[in-house]
Design a protein. Structure first.
Length: 357
């Protein structure tokens, strides 16, 4: 079975796609974003997938790729079009290549026009394709920089994408209106630039008169992406905070396991965000834990030492996860949630004060 996730970066309106083979647990990530690399790593870990390769649909001008960061974490390969001239990739792709992940694969189709190095990736059964900025939902990528060419883009779309099966789902690299997926049939019929009976000359005339401003990040993004996202300071990594053994979740929260909290208890502040009756109830509480019910937390922030790490605890880990969000919003960064809450703590046989023995 194919594992598929569509991920989104709010800042650049970029879609990142995770595809995994459920048998081999091998995975590929399409168009990762630098700032979202920790999120992507958390999802891979939670799904039990091994990242084999990150692939780029093109050299992006609006964000820096997370390929290099993810390679440091997973020893994954980096792949993109050979014609880009990028330095630091492990595979340089050309038309007709295949990217395998377990028993599944992506076929590489050259679709230049937005840039000269644009690639579209087609799943082995042609049920879905990842079009980058070549073909967008009811639109197309611009053609006025990075060796863009409207003639070439028109021909790429009509020869390599719209010739796929009618029900093939098309996933773009970007969308600024919240649209996430389309199909070959839809774009053939409804795309106002490339669908229906629109001729190449019509499309070229449209594109040559768009007069768009350059992307805000272009001066930073393109040089960085030509190095596959490697930063000037190559000590940057996805390593976790050092004050305890923590795990970053796909939900965006740092978690600490019961054994790690027990080992770090003297160095941290433990706040129990349950109600008083629960704190003194059957599950008991952790020695030294300060009772601050979740509803009182923002009002009682002054009782906490912002210079010391904080671990939030509740019955199951749900309310304490919200406490972490509130603490971070208040500017407190060294925070973690106790995974599984007091239920997990008691199940692991950790010591408690009060409660039912």
């Amino acid at each position: 079975m194919l594992i598929f996730r569509q991920l989104f970066d709010q800042q650049s309106c970029t879609y990142t796609y995770l595809l995994g083979d459920s048998v081999s647990c091998q995975a590929v990530l399409i168009d990762p974003v630098f700032e979202q690399a920790r999120r992507d790593a958390a999802l891979l870990n939670e799904l039990g997938l091994r990242l084999c390769v990150t692939v780029e649909t093109h050299v992006h001008a609006d964000h820096v790729t997370g390929a290099w960061l993810l390679k440091q974490q997973f020893d994954s390969q980096i792949a993109l079009a050979q014609v880009t001239g990028a330095v630091g990739a492990d595979r340089y792709l050309t038309h007709g290549d295949e990217m395998e992940f377990g028993k599944r694969s992506l076929q590489v189709r050259a679709t230049p026009g937005h840039t000269n190095g644009c690639l579209t990736y087609v799943l082995d059964d042609e049920s879905m394709a990842f079009t980058g900025d070549c073909l967008l939902v009811r639109g197309s990528g611009r053609t006025d920089f990075q060796h863009g060419d409207p003639h070439m883009l028109y021909r790429s779309v009509h020869s390599q994408i719209l010739t796929l099966p009618q029900n093939c789902l098309l996933y773009p690299a970007h969308d600024y209106r919240g649209l996430s997926v389309t199909s070959v049939a839809e774009e053939q019929r409804f795309n106002p630039r490339l669908g229906g009976q629109i001729a190449e000359a019509d499309f070229v005339g449209y594109m040559e008169n768009m007069r768009l401003p350059h992307p805000k990040q272009i001066d930073v993004a393109i040089p960085a992406n030509l190095l596959c996202g490697k930063p000037d300071d190559d000590t940057v990594s996805l390593t976790a905070p050092t004050w305890a053994a923590l795990t970053y979740t796909f939900a965006g929260i740092w978690e600490i396991q019961p054994h790690a909290l027990e080992e770090s208890a003297e160095a941290v502040q433990i706040i129990d965000v349950r109600e008083p009756a629960e704190y003194n109830g059957p599950l008991g509480h952790i020695a030294g834990a300060k009772l601050i019910p979740l509803g009182d937390l923002t009002r009682r922030l002054g009782e906490l030492d912002a210079g010391r790490p904080i671990v939030a605890v509740c019955r199951s880990g749900a309310r304490s996860a919200q406490a972490i969000v509130l603490l971070e919003q208040a500017g407190i960064k060294q925070v973690a949630n106790l995974a599984g809450g007091m239920l997990r703590w008691r199940a692991d046989g950790r010591p408690v004060q009060g409660g039912i023995r």
